[in-house]
Write a protein that binds this ligand. Structure first.
Ligand code: FMN
Length: 160
């Protein structure tokens, strides 16, 4: 049984891609979550942006992990940046289950030049202990591999 969990939400596949790569490198369990809300198209974009700005969340669809959340050495949370905040789906997970996670690390994906590192502190408010590592990635960007691999090394050195 793996003792690192990579759990994420992805609307258009970029966070999924990054989390798949990180989970493979860390030999971690990989789980995708959703709240079941249709977020496709312009309506879905607007709804998602509005929820992120209001910090509102919906109940999550049930999801299964091999261990209880508190039994992982580390939980890596992956989320797209929405309106300068974490996605409402990952906020829903943090709100409801954040305190069960012993140690956390964050992976953000975004489109713009800005790294949105203030989101790390916002996410820390839902967990018992501050993150051990965090990264903000632009999937497909020239620096992508450099930042992703730096994050993987930081997490590995924590785990060792
Ligand atoms: C509602 C919404 C708001 C967004 N706001 C931002 C933003 O403030 N800054 C940014 O750089 N990217 C923003 N994006 C772009 C996404 O963060 C980016 O495309 C991300 O990598 C998508 O990940 P995904 O494919 O896993 O859903 C936004 C996307 C959506 C849908």
């Amino acid at each position: 049984m793996k003792d690192v969990l990579c759990i994420y939400y992805s609307r258009t596949g970029k966070t999924r891609q990054a989390m798949e790569e990180v989970a493979l490198a860390l030999d971690a369990e990989l789980v995708e979550i959703t709240d079941g809300q249709d977020r496709t198209g312009f309506k879905g974009f607007m709804l998602s942006g509005m929820e992120a700005m209001r910090r509102s969340t919906r109940p999550l669809q049930p999801f299964a992990t091999e261990r209880n959340l508190e039994d992982y050495r580390l939980v890596v949370l992956g989320t797209p940046v929405w309106a300068g905040r974490c996605s409402s789906v990952i906020r829903a997970l943090l709100k409801r289950r954040g305190l069960e996670m012993k140690r956390v690390a964050y992976l953000l994906t975004r489109d713009s030049d800005k790294r949105y590192e203030e989101i790390y502190d916002q996410m820390d408010q839902y967990v018992a202990k501050p993150r051990i590592a965090a990264v903000s990635l632009r999937v497909g960007d020239v620096g992508y591999n450099y930042w992703r691999d730096g994050f993987i090394r930081e997490v590995q050195s924590f785990l060792n």
